[in-house]
Structures are given as structure tokens and as C-alpha cells.
Design a protein around this ligand. Structure first.
Ligand code: SAH
Length: 411
């Protein structure tokens, strides 16, 4: 039988009996936990000697003596001699000092666990039969893996004063293109504020029913919630002690107004952090087999919001055959963009591709040229969300030689 205690070793005296390579490993772990480690051993393995020097540890050179136990909260044996280890463990027992015995098959009163921190939750695994550290590690890793998929209910059940906001990038759509950290933060959240784009729908389906979900991407009147109102929502919920995830499509800092939300939180004194996401600017062209840079073809890429003004920088990028121009939110502005590019002298033959609903089952790619772009967009019924790619990398045949002719619609 064992009971696992979450012991805080910070600043506590821990005696390591033995100075070999195993001792070095355990010392590192105990130091990580904040323990004040002492060593009793006649000689030190170079790894252990290095730790003694690096951390200024107390080392009593010599074989173990009963007086070494004085003051210790915890003793760890690792002498490599099972008899000595057992003797130490027995003395600890008599003195009521907790003891970890590193000898094969033997146990002192205490065991180390296979441990992991998942956010602010600690998971520790041990077994009630003989020591089997690899099994414990495998079980622990499986739990960490489930947490990475958002399948562990990490949400706090007891309200704290720990209100905060996390701006979380959701990537282009599929939940498995989110980061492990994003999944964990969502699993911990009391409130999730979502947009239309990205993995929102799939994520919301998996949330506990009592998690508050606020969709600011659309309201009954179909108007998105104004930015000021979004800022008020996230700040207000966090100020009330709740953990808020502001989930966004792609990356929060790429045309996501994440900067404004971060400012609002900082101004209100709300702890705020950001978790990056895979931006559609790179991942959506990629889903259609278009690399935004390609050695010998495109040496740089320029990302622009199609709804904004078409500035000098964008015209220069469009005109430069070695630069890829990636346009987000560009469907409505396509004609304006093409007209400006052609007027600026960009060749009508410059390849252009439209990638709609990238990374979803509805993904569709249309390849054409600048000169025919407007007519072809109309012919295929180009719709949002779409990424428009202008540049040599958008041409047919760069990666898949035999496929797609100009203007062809690909699944
Ligand atoms: N922060 C986001 C971009 C937000 S702007 C990011 O980093 O990806 C919204 C624009 O992103 C859309 O108009 C569209 O151009 C693009 N977009 C986002 N997801 C997309 C997808 N799955 N397929 C095609 N375009 C997408």
C-alpha cells in the first residue's frame, strides 16, 4: 500500500547516501524540486562531483554513519550495495525519517514517482507492486498525451482569485493542428470566447456544458461583436476571477487584433498571455501544395490584408518575381488588387492561386494568372474564407508536375 503525498521539498534537508551515477540523477531531480541536498559517500562519480561544485552541495567524504541522518527530512540511498542501502533504510525507519531505497527490488518507506506538470496540475504515477519505473513513465506519458489532446478535465472546480486571459491561436481549422498548450488552456478555461474561423466549432462541442462559450464572430443580426465589446467581455470575466481563453483562427497576432486585446488586458491589470497558432498565411497555401518560399523561386513572402489600402510595399512585392504575396481577407478586394498590380506593371502572366477553406473537407484550389484572375474567380464562384497567393510559387507544376492546368479547379 502507498499513499501519494504532494510533499513540498523546497528548502528541506535531503540526504543522499552514495555518490555514483544513479545518485547524480536523483540529486538533479531533488534539486529541481528545491531540496537542500547533502551527500554522504566515500568517493564521487564525476557527474556527482560536478553537481557538488555547481550547486555548492555539502559532501561528507566517507562511508555512511548514523549521525548523517541528523536533520534530514528524507534520505535517498544509492550506494550500489544492497546491504548498505538496506541498513540505511532500517535506521531511517527507526528514526521515523522517510527513505527512498534505490536498490533493485527493494523499497524504503518512500518511492519517487514518475511525475509531470500539466499546467498547474501535478500528475504522479507509482505502483503498489514492486518498482517498475518504465511502466510508471509510460502511464504518465499517456496521461500527458491525453492532456495534449484536451481530453483531461483540467478545469478548476473551486473558484480562485486567478482570473486571467489567454489569447490562443487555433490554427486554420482542424483541432489537431492546434498546439498542445492551446488544448490544455482550453481544458482549463471557465470561459471560451470564439470566432467564426478556425477550430471553434469542433472545440466547443468538446467543452463541459458549464463552460461559458461566447461567440463574438456572429450575433443573431449577423454583425460581429465590435472590438471594444470583445475587450470588455474578456477583461470583465477575468476580473471576476475566471480563466478566459480568447480562441482565434490562425495566429492571434496575424490580422487577429490580438495586440488590441492584449493591450486592453494590460491596461486593466489582468494577467494575459499569448499562445501562437499556425497562421493561414502559411498553412493554407501549404495545404494546396504551395510553399510560400521555395529555393530558387521565392526568397521572401509578403502578407497583406486585402481590405486595407494597397500600399507601396505591396505593389513592390507584387512586382518582384522573387517575392510571394499572400493576401488574407482578399476575396472582396480581388478586382481592386489585380487592377492596381497590372497598372503598376506586374506581368499579366504572373501566377495566382485561390485557396478556399484550407485544411477543411471543402478545400478548393483555383490556379490562374493575374490577367485572368477576376474572370476565373467569378467563374468558380470564389468565396470566403480564402487565401490568395500571387507569385511564381502559385504556378502549376512547382511541386506536382503533372497536375493542374491554368484555371483548373482542384479538390
Ligand atoms: N489570424 C488569422 C487570420 C485572420 S484574418 C491567421 O493567422 O490565419 C481572416 C482571413 O484568414 C480570412 O479572410 C482568410 O483570408 C484567412 N483564412 C483563415 N482561415 C482560413 C482557411 N481555413 N482557409 C482559407 N483562408 C483562411
Amino acid at each position: 500500500m502507498t499513499v501519494m503525498l504532494g510533499v513540498d521539498l523546497t528548502g528541506r534537508d535531503v540526504l543522499l547516501v552514495g555518490g555514483g551515477a544513479v545518485a547524480a540523477k536523483r540529486i538533479r531531480r531533488l534539486l529541481d524540486e528545491g531540496a537542500r541536498v547533502r551527500i554522504a559517500a566515500p568517493v564521487l562519480h564525476p557527474d556527482t562531483a560536478r553537481l557538488v561544485e555547481l550547486h555548492g552541495l555539502v559532501w561528507r567524504a566517507g562511508r555512511f554513519r548514523g549521525t548523517d541522518l541528523a536533520g534530514a527530512w528524507l534520505v535517498h540511498t544509492a550506494t550500489g550495495d544492497a546491504r548498505v542501502d538496506r541498513d540505511v533504510a532500517e535506521r531511517c525507519e527507526r528514526k521515523r525519517i522517510l527513505c527512498i531505497n534505490a536498490s533493485d527490488g527493494a523499497h524504503g518507506s518512500t518511492r519517487l514517482t514518475a511525475q509531470a506538470e500539466i499546467g498547474d496540475v501535478t500528475v504522479a504515477v507509482t505502483s503498489t507492486v514492486g518498482a517498475d519505473p518504465r511502466r510508471s513513465v509510460a502511464v504518465r506519458d499517456a496521461i500527458v498525451g491525453l492532456a495534449g489532446e484536451g481530453r483531461i478535465p483540467l478545469r478548476r472546480r473551486r473558484a480562485g482569485r486567478s482570473g486571467r486571459v489567454d489569447l490562443v491561436g487555433g490554427g486554420p481549422g482542424p483541432a489537431d493542428l492546434m498546439t498542445v498548450r492551446a488544448r490544455r488552456l482550453i481544458a482549463e478555461a471557465d470561459v471560451v470566447v470564439t470566432d467564426r474561423l478556425g477550430p471553434a466549432a469542433e472545440i466547443v462541442r468538446g467543452l463541459d456544458p458549464d463552460v461559458e462559450v461566447i461567440d463574438v464572430g456572429k450575433t443573431p443580426g449577423r454583425h460581429p461583436v465590435p472590438q471594444d465589446e470583445i475587450n470588455r467581455i474578456i477583461v470583465g470575466r477575468a476580473a471576476a476571477g475566471r480563466r478566459v481563453v480568447r480562441l482565434k483562427g490562425g495566429d492571434p497576432f496575424v490580422f487577429g487584433r490580438g495586440g488590441e486585446e492584449m493591450r486592453a488586458c494590460l491596461a486593466a491589470g489582468i494577467p494575459v498571455d499569448i499562445t501562437p497558432g499556425i497562421s493561414s498565411a502559411i498553412a493554407v497555401p501549404q495545404a494546396a501544395g504551395i510553399p510560400v518560399t521555395h529555393r530558387g523561386t521565392a526568397a521572401a513572402f509578403h502578407v497583406v490584408n486585402g481590405q486595407g489600402i494597397i500600399g507601396e510595399g505591396t505593389l513592390a512585392a507584387l512586382a518582384d518575381a522573387t517575392v510571394t504575396t499572400v493576401v488574407l481577407m482578399g476575396v472582396a478586394a480581388l478586382e481592386r488588387l489585380v487592377t492596381a498590380a497590372l497598372a503598376h506593371g506586374v506581368p499579366a502572366q504572373r501566377p495566382i492561386a485561390f485557396v478556399e477553406s484550407g485544411h477543411t473537407a471543402q478545400q478548393r484550389t483555383t490556379r490562374t494568372t493575374l490577367g485572368r484572375a477576376v474572370a476565373d474567380a467569378e467563374a468558380v464562384g470564389l468565396r470566403n474564407p480564402a487565401v490568395i497567393v500571387v507569385g511564381e510559387v502559385a504556378g502549376a507544376g512547382l511541386l506536382f508536375p503533372s497536375s493542374n492546368t491554368i484555371g483548373a479547379v482542384l479538390a
